[in-house]
Design a protein around this ligand. Structure first.
Ligand SMILES: C[S@@+](CC[C@H](N)C(=O)[O-])C[C@H]1O[C@@H](n2cnc3c(N)ncnc32)[C@H](O)[C@@H]1O
Length: 225
């Protein structure tokens, strides 16, 4: 897609998100984006239709066979499928029913357990139960006013010694950013320490379509509950 079309699409989706936000609905717009797209991925600004490069690179040196993995806000399923292909037992969820329906159609013989679920309302039985969690661009898609709840919801899902991978835009100050997306700050990320997480590595990532945006894959290990 050319840059001009992509910018128009991003603007349309931003307007939609802000319209919902005015009604204190932070997540309703995702379903509208997926259902309006009518299975045309080019209508979804974040759809890559391939696993994230950061995840592919990270997995080059890792063995995740039989790990219990979770993909948060799985979108159209490419990252979930990649983890499953590498041998993990994957559960993947998204708040938008149309995205999950789409994943099931795209990957109809998949081993991934695709579910509609809200990160902020997960069953308590999921807590402390995953070996590997992959979250790509979901924290940044939710406003900073609910960031503490979002990070807490993610942080409490991992087993001790488990690995969390966060792919996100980053901002350099603690000022409130414009969005969506709302890049994540170091102050916000430090909340993971409250749940026993240690940052293992931070690998910068540059989107070939937008080199000026600061992004990274951050790998955490949960040292304790
Ligand atoms: C920017 S998209 C990223 C999708 C995918 N992770 C990727 O990187 O391609 C954010 C995704 O998070 C999902 N999402 C947003 N809020 C959520 C919530 N509270 N619970 C579950 N999924 C959520 C959206 O529906 C959307 O699919």
């Amino acid at each position: 897609m050319n840059e001009e079309k992509l910018n128009k699409l991003r603007q349309k989706v931003q307007d939609l998100a802000l319209e919902y936000q005015k009604k204190d609905d932070f997540t309703g717009w995702f379903e509208k984006v997926y259902s309006d797209a009518l299975e045309h991925p080019q209508e979804i600004p974040w759809a890559k239709m391939q696993p994230h490069t950061c995840l592919e690179n990270w997995l080059k040196t890792k063995n995740i066979s039989n790990k219990k993995a979770l993909v948060i806000g799985c979108g159209l399923g490419d990252d979930s499928e990649f983890l499953a292909k590498k041998g993990a037992n994957v559960t993947a969820f998204d708040i938008a029913p149309s995205s999950i329906e789409w994943c099931k159609k795209r990957f109809n013989d998949s081993s991934v357990n695709y579910l509609v679920a809200d990160l902020l309302k997960l069953d308590d039985s999921w807590k402390n139960s995953f070996d590997l969690i992959f979250e790509s661009r979901t924290i940044q898609a939710l406003p900073t006013s609910i960031r503490r709840e979002v990070i807490e919801a993610i942080a409490t899902l991992l087993k001790p010694k488990g690995t969390l991978l966060v792919v996100t835009r980053l901002r350099d100050t603690e000022d409130t950013p414009d969005g969506p997306p709302w890049p994540v700050s170091d102050g916000e990320l430090s909340q993971f320490h409250e749940y026993g997480y240690e940052e293992i590595t931070r690998i910068p990532y540059s989107d070939p379509n937008n080199l000026s945006i600061k992004q990274a894959l951050i790998e955490y290990q949960r040292k304790r509950l």
